[in-house]
Design a protein around this ligand. Structure first.
Ligand SMILES: [Zn+2]
Length: 476
């Protein structure tokens, strides 16, 4: 007697699994992976997809986005709902199937958790989790409450946002507050303190110097917060993490110095890890053509840092990647002054990261032999899932995991233009004009094909909030 067919089968693929790449496919039933193996072992399925020999990988996880930033047009909560819809629509086109968003508001978070859950459940195209940005005194008091709600990572602005971007309403923190947070989180199983590592005392002084000299170009923005701004902060964070026996994670690490410092602390057994962004692996500060679109924070660096970050990724010092996707409308980003307007006025942050994440890493990483497909999947899927307590539900193609997967055609290419993105604001990103090779052909979320050959197949919503377990661990 033949057993009844499963929901979905992808076959004729090069399947990237934690134990190696195998020729075959994956079967899914009720949203979960029920089999990984050679084609002849796969069961019959209602829907069968021929991967045509392309790679089948877990969907990427983006652990660093800021939904709700379009709140310059909307209130924060309305903006959060809005961005879940528009930006995760881009995510599925780009091959990202899980997102961890930073919550940021001056009010306490716990009273609004029902809303935060519902916002994603009703508007997102992918499953989602949260980090919380801790910047008011009362936020420090709700750590235990947030842990109960499934949030175990807490970002702090250590001597940053003292002067810049007052419109964000973020309170910066000194070493005393950092010590408090590291100490509290040391006792949270799977808990992590996340750091934007830049010293703004130094950066602010240099901004004033450059402005007095009449400098107004991307390189001036970048050099106003030079590599040492990041290096001196990571050094302090590492020492305080060691002192408190806590766990620290440097978001968007941009410098070669950062890689070296992380390595020194890791060699001593300190739990200090880092994430980098596609932009820091591909752009440098002397690309004047980027104009204000290249204004990000921390800023773009030189060739040496770019090279050292790739080495860090390969050798295992840098274990994580994200995008720092900040959804801003173009006129807002440019402050109505165009791409080459005032660099000091323009809003920092790159747009569309969650959609260019996978294509840029395939194009600039795998296709240019800077990183293997297996290591890339480890960093962007498995490590990101482990760190945030989502593994093995997310981040791997193994039996029992959610059937979130992407078929990647390494030959397929596209030019990044206004038709490339599917988000709120497709008109700009730091990759505008680039030709990217290595694109998804199918994105599957929970066993359901959500994008096929560039066409969206589903409606928004019906996705899951992922309360994070106590098993969040660094990858080593
Ligand atoms: Zn960020």
């Amino acid at each position: 007697m033949a057993s009844s067919p499963v929901d979905l089968c992808v076959y004729n693929a090069r399947v990237v699994t934690p134990s190696g790449t195998v020729d075959g496919g994956v079967a899914a039933e009720d949203g979960e992976i029920v089999q990984v193996g050679t084609d002849r072992k796969l069961p019959d399925a209602d829907r069968e997809i021929d991967a045509e020999g392309n790679y089948l990988i877990p969907g990427f996880i983006d652990p660093h986005v800021h939904w709700g930033l379009s709140r310059y047009e909307f209130e924060y909560h309305e903006g959060l709902e809005h961005d879940f819809e528009t930006e995760t629509r881009g995510a599925v086109h780009g091959g990202v199937t899980t997102v961890v968003n930073f919550l940021l508001q001056p009010e306490p978070y716990t009273p609004d958790m029902d809303f935060f859950r519902r916002a994603g459940e009703e508007h997102s195209y992918i499953d989602f989790a949260y980090h919380a940005i801790i910047h008011k005194d009362h936020h420090f008091e709700e750590i235990d409450g947030l842990v109960d709600e499934g949030i175990r990572s807490f970002k702090i602005f250590f001597n940053w946002y003292k002067y810049a971007s007052p419109e964000l309403g973020i309170e910066h923190s000194d070493a005393g507050r950092v010590y408090d947070l590291l100490s509290q989180v040391a006792d949270v199983p799977g808990g992590v303190v996340m750091f934007h590592a830049e010293n703004e005392d130094l950066a602010d002084r240099r901004r004033q110097e450059f402005q007095a000299e009449g400098r107004n170009d991307l390189e001036a923005w970048c050099e106003s917060a030079p590599n040492i701004c990041e290096a001196m902060q990571i050094e302090q964070i590492g020492r305080m993490t060691e002192m408190t026996d806590s766990r620290a994670y440097i978001v968007h690490m941009s410098t070669g110095e950062g890689v070296d410092i992380c390595k020194q602390f890791q060699d001593r057994g300190v739990n200090l890890h880092s994430e980098t962004l596609p932009a820091f692996l591909t752009h440098t500060k002397d690309e004047a053509d980027l104009g204000v679109w290249g204004k990000i924070s921390p800023p773009l660096r030189g060739e040496w840092s770019k090279k050292r970050l790739w080495e860090g990724l390969r050798e295992g010092t840098v274990e994580y990647m994200g995008t720092d996707h900040c959804p801003h409308k173009k006129p807002f980003k440019e402050k109505e002054e165009g791409k080459f307007g005032d660099v000091w006025d323009a809003i920092p942050g790159d747009n569309n990261g969650i959609e260019y994440f996978l294509p840029v890493m395939m194009s600039e990483g795998v296709n240019k032999n800077r990183i293997s497909m297996e290591r890339l999947v480890e960093v962007c899927c498995e490590n990101n899932a482990r760190r945030w307590g989502l593994y093995p539900r997310k981040g791997a193609l193994v039996e029992g995991s959610d059937a979130d997967m992407v078929i990647v055609d390494l030959e397929k290419s596209a030019t990044v233009d206004e038709d490339f993105y599917h988000t709120m604001e497709p008109r700009y990103s730091s990759f505008h004009g680039w030709e990217l090779q290595g694109l998804p052909t199918h994105t599957i979320v929970g066993g359901e094909v959500v994008v096929e050959d560039g066409e969206l197949q589903v409606e928004k919503g019906g996705r899951n909030y992922l309360p994070r377990g106590p098993n969040g661990v660094p990858s080593r």
